[in-house]
Design a protein around this ligand. Structure first.
Ligand code: PEP
Ligand code: MN
Length: 342
């Protein structure tokens, strides 16, 4: 971190500030005294340095971070890829393509069991399905809640697929005890108390990117979970809000290689919420594979026209068969090309 001091800063004030920085944050401070201004360079772990505190000091003119504000998620301190492994042997981030699929909302036993069987047959290794739904309108279907969780567990028993489902409140953590991967939805990406509590669990957490979040804010939310002791975070790009109205959100595919460069965490892409349109899911899934995603999360419904939520972006099981087959084939071809050309 670089701190530029105001030209009028006296030597005594500078010495006091340096002593405070060294004591407060356990960093070493190098000083360059120039003609017009003086610059301090902080060396050491600056992730804990409170930028607001520094900026509020009378003699500070400006500050600039040269190191990212996150440490646990940072690839610089953890060069190898994190691979999330489940007790059933499923792995995310190990170089294979992992597909999570299922309905937006769990609606009934028949529905979830049927979809679970179909997505499994197509190669999905996780079943997704919302039991607690974050809906924009309080009058829309809010999910089957604890009954939905029970239905997901039933479908897991039927198919052996581990389940991924969204949590909306820290008060529900105990209730989610036997969920395999807990999803934090876009709307809760900055629910810091929820993130903090999830950091105390040993569950893999699928952290979706917030509707209007920068990549750094998203990684800082992962850092919240990891700072609590839970390193098992999977990032999910699901589109961000832009001025474009042709799609539900704008899929930021460049986020995939960027986040994989900055962090060591697995990154998956959700083309369903990103586009809001089922006919775009295939192409965006393939683009995500080419962009280096570790996996895909795709909404699949037995009868999209009558879905209680997100029908327009849901694939039928037949459509999903095709998308999954193409995505696996593309991944294989891509890996072969990489091997040949390198
Ligand atoms: C979902 O996965 O069903 C969901 C609500 O996603 P998001 O948080 O990305 O909108
Ligand atoms: Mn949905």
């Amino acid at each position: 971190m670089i701190i530029v001091l105001k030209p009028e800063a006296t030597k005594e004030q500078r010495i006091l500030l340096i002593a405070a920085l060294e004591e407060k944050y356990n960093v070493t401070v190098n000083t360059w005294v120039g003609v017009g201004s003086t610059v301090l360079g902080l060396i050491g772990d600056t992730t804990q340095v409170d930028e607001d505190w520094v900026s509020a000091q009378e003699i500070v003119d400006s500050i600039k971070r040269v190191q990212e504000p996150y440490k646990k998620a940072n690839r610089k301190f953890h060069p190898g890829n994190t691979v999330i492994e489940l007790p059933g042997g499923q792995r995310i981030g190990d170089g294979e393509l992992c597909i999570m699929a299922g309905p937006c909302s769990v609606e009934s036993e028949e529905q979830i069991n049927y979809v679970a069987k179909r997505v499994k047959a197509a190669g999905a290794s996780f079943l997704r399905g919302g039991a607690f739904k974050p809906r924009t309108s309080p009058y829309s279907f809010q999910g089957l809640k604890d009954e939905g969780l029970d239905l997901l567990k039933g479908a897991r028993k039927e198919t052996g697929l581990p389940i991924v489902t969204e949590i909306m409140s820290a008060a529900h953590i105990e209730m989610f005890g036997s969920v395999d991967i807990i999803q934090v939805g876009a709307r809760n990406m900055q629910n810091f108390e929820l993130l903090r509590q999830l950091g105390k669990t040993d569950k893999p957490i699928l952290l979706k990117r917030g509707l209007s979040s920068t990549i750094e804010e998203w990684i800082m939310s992962a850092e919240y979970i990891m700072a609590g002791g839970n390193d098992r975070v999977i990032l999910c790009e699901r589109g961000i809000r832009t001025y474009e109205t042709a799609t539900r959100n704008t899929l930021d595919l460049s986020a995939v290689p960027i986040v994989k460069k900055l962090t060591h965490l697995p990154v998956i892409v959700d083309p369903s919420h990103a586009t809001g349109k089922s006919w775009l899911v295939e192409q965006m899934s393939l683009a995500a594979v080419a962009a280096g995603a570790d996996g895909l999360m795709i909404e699949v419904h037995n009868d999209p026209k009558h879905a209680l939520s997100d029908g327009a972006q849901s694939l039928t099981p037949d459509q999903f068969d095709r998308v999954a087959a193409k995505a696996f084939a593309l991944k294989k071809a891509y890996d072969e090309i990489e091997k040949k050309i390198l």
